[in-house]
Design a protein around this ligand. Structure first.
Ligand code: NIG
Length: 402
């Protein structure tokens, strides 16, 4: 057993309700300590937990690291990504900035490039993106399949994803490949049959892109019900490009998360607020597709549980930067900084069902970020600046220079 004390912390965000006032929808948001220290206890490397936090002089420890007046926050929990892919769709982004709309059909280009790539090529791209995410302060990441479109390709993508995270999601129903015989209905049959058979053991969740041009409500229901029957946790891409049935279906089926939530009716907001389904906002997508931003304020005020995630993928959001996501959520989704930070950490953990993650309460995993700033408000106040000094997973430094 070894202990490390982080000292000289100007602001320690714990998300522990013991350290601040209660927030109605986000327990622990804004809670933390000033002029603080935190002690990590590790029985095995990478499995360290928070042993104690406090203010004033730190207790003795095997090692002391003075962070020099920086802020320490829980590591980001990025609960929605599509990190396993090959190819580049920069031209689509350029065309969008010149006025073209985002279309689900672009996904087929990534399916073709990904299918043509070797395992090692995909593994190298994934490793690079995971390193980028860690450098940006992400300590937990969910990864979806969805660029495979056949049983063996989807299983290949999930196997690669499992090399980097236990939080994997089968997104077999991402888009129907162009020219698929029988169209979307026939493709859904493949997804709930051979694709699910090949992938159920490799994924913890099942997801569907419920949208005009992808899958309608009936098709989405078929996919999610089959996934649930196979023991997977349901999630749904909902209300991304248009006001559709996705949120209502997600709530009805008990989805862990309804992701995007860009175009919501009052009834959608009410349904989310009255449910355990986490509304996961992906504002980097709306930035990159020039869509309106989701109204996070309306969701939080209604009492919905809100998470923030990057949606890193080559089409609609080619960034894993959670600091960028927080800056957009504060400026354009109208969350406070405290709410955005909670949503990007504890909110993501709620979506993924990871107890204690996204907090630095005593006993929580020591997944944390040392910011190159005295206060987390700099995440929104200084957008685009390299504010992550170091990232620790289970008390082990995985990125940065400290
Ligand atoms: O969440 N909407 C569906 N899937 C991704 C986009 C994937 C792509 O364009 O390649 C999303 O935005």
């Amino acid at each position: 057993m070894s202990t490390v004390a982080l000292t000289g912390i100007a602001r320690l965000v714990t998300h522990d309700p013991l350290h601040g006032e209660a927030h109605p929808a986000m327990p622990g948001a804004g809670c933390g300590l000033d002029d603080a220290w935190l002690v990590i206890e590790s029985h095995r490397p990478g499995e360290g937990r928070v042993l104690a936090v406090g203010t004033g002089s730190a207790p003795p420890a095997d090692r002391r690291v003075d962070v020099g007046g920086r802020a320490v926050i829980p590591g980001f929990v990025d609960s929605h990504t599509h990190l396993v892919f090959a190819g580049d769709r920069g031209e689509e982004f350029t065309a969008r900035m010149a006025g073209a709309p985002y279309e689900a059909g672009g996904i087929a280009r990534t399916i073709a490039a990904t299918t043509a790539a070797s395992d090692d090529e995909l593994r190298a791209g994934l490793a690079r993106r995971i390193a980028e995410a860690r450098a940006g302060g992400t300590t937990t990441v969910e990864v979806k399949s969805g660029y495979g479109a056949t049983p063996s390709q989807e299983a290949r993508l999930l196997s690669l994803a499992r090399e980097v995270t236990p939080h994997t999601t089968l997104l077999g129903a991402h888009v129907t490949p162009p020219g698929f015989p029988g169209g979307a209905d026939a493709f859904v049959e493949l997804v709930v049959g051979d694709v699910l058979d090949a992938c159920a053991m490799l994924a913890g969740s099942v997801d569907v892109f419920c949208e005009v041009g992808a899958f309608d409500a009936d098709q989405s229901r078929t996919v999610l019900e089959a996934g649930i029957a196979a023991g997977l946790v349901p999630r749904i891409h909902a209300n991304q490009l248009s006001a559709g049935p996705g949120v209502q279906l997600g709530v009805e089926l008990g989805c862990a998360s309804a992701d995007h939530c860009t175009h919501l009716s009052d009834a959608d907001v009410e349904a989310l607020a009255g449910s355990a389904t986490v509304a996961t906002l992906l504002p980097a997508t709306d930035f990159s597709t020039r869509q309106p931003y989701p109204d996070g304020r309306r969701l939080v005020d209604a009492g919905a549980t809100v998470a923030l995630a990057s949606n890193c993928n080559p089409g609609s959001s080619y960034t894993s930067s959670m600091p960028l996501v927080i800056a957009l959520a504060v400026r354009d989704c109208h969350l406070t900084l405290d709410e955005a930070l909670w949503a990007a950490t504890a909110g993501g953990a709620r979506s993924l069902g990871i107890a204690g993650a996204g907090t630095l309460s005593v006993g929580a995993a020591a997944d944390l970020v040392v910011l190159d700033a005295p206060h987390p408000s700099h995440l929104a106040y200084r957008p685009g600046m390299p504010l992550v000094a170091a990232t620790f997973v289970g008390g082990h430094q995985v990125s940065g220079d400290l």
